[in-house]
Design a protein around this ligand. Structure first.
Ligand SMILES: [Zn+2]
Length: 176
């Protein structure tokens, strides 16, 4: 019986349409905020934009994009804080207790809600193979170069060989 679709014996008129068998839940760092989304999500993407880089304090963020109707705050709604980025028309929601980003709404896509992929330990049903603002990627972002353990520092690894630094004058290669 576990994992099977529940029969709607106690169906109420305003019960959310989300089926328990087709959802996954995620939580913020401190765990007080829990969200549930319907899976598979609409899409999954990496955001390299400067605003997301600052909002997350990381090189880029990976999101799962969902229809708004497929997202539900299970608990902790009262602890959510919002930042309205009026310059860009975005709203970013985060846990006021631990600071974890929880939702990212873009003004140009009012029917979609984006949630950090990292909130979800389980599968979300889409590969994150799309990139937004790839031209804004930083040259210090880790791109998967091979690493080896750093001797004397357990848990620390270092990239092998020399890092190739992009030269700003490279356009000269394509001009006469
Ligand atoms: Zn939290």
């Amino acid at each position: 019986m576990a994992g099977k679709i529940k029969s709607e014996t106690s169906a109420k008129p305003k019960t959310p349409k989300m089926s328990a068998s087709a959802t996954t839940s995620g939580a913020c760092l401190c765990g007080v905020v829990e969200v549930a989304i319907k899976v598979p999500v609409f899409w999954a993407w990496h955001d390299h934009s400067a605003s997301t880089r600052l909002a997350h304090g990381s090189a880029y963020a990976t999101y799962v994009g969902c229809w708004r109707s497929n997202v539900r705050i299970v608990r902790g709604e009262g602890l959510l804080s919002r930042f309205a980025d009026t310059e860009r028309g975005h709203v970013r929601t985060f846990c006021s207790r631990c600071g974890s980003p929880v939702m990212f709404e873009r003004g140009r896509s009012p029917k979609m809600v984006n949630l950090p992929r990292a909130l979800f330990a389980g599968r979300t049903g889409r590969e994150s193979k799309y990139h937004v603002a790839i031209d804004e990627i930083r040259d210090w972002a880790y791109l998967g170069a091979p690493v080896v353990p750093l001797k004397g520092y357990p848990g620390v690894a270092v990239e092998k060989g020399k890092r190739v630094v992009r030269q700003p004058s490279a356009k000269g290669l394509f001009e006469p």
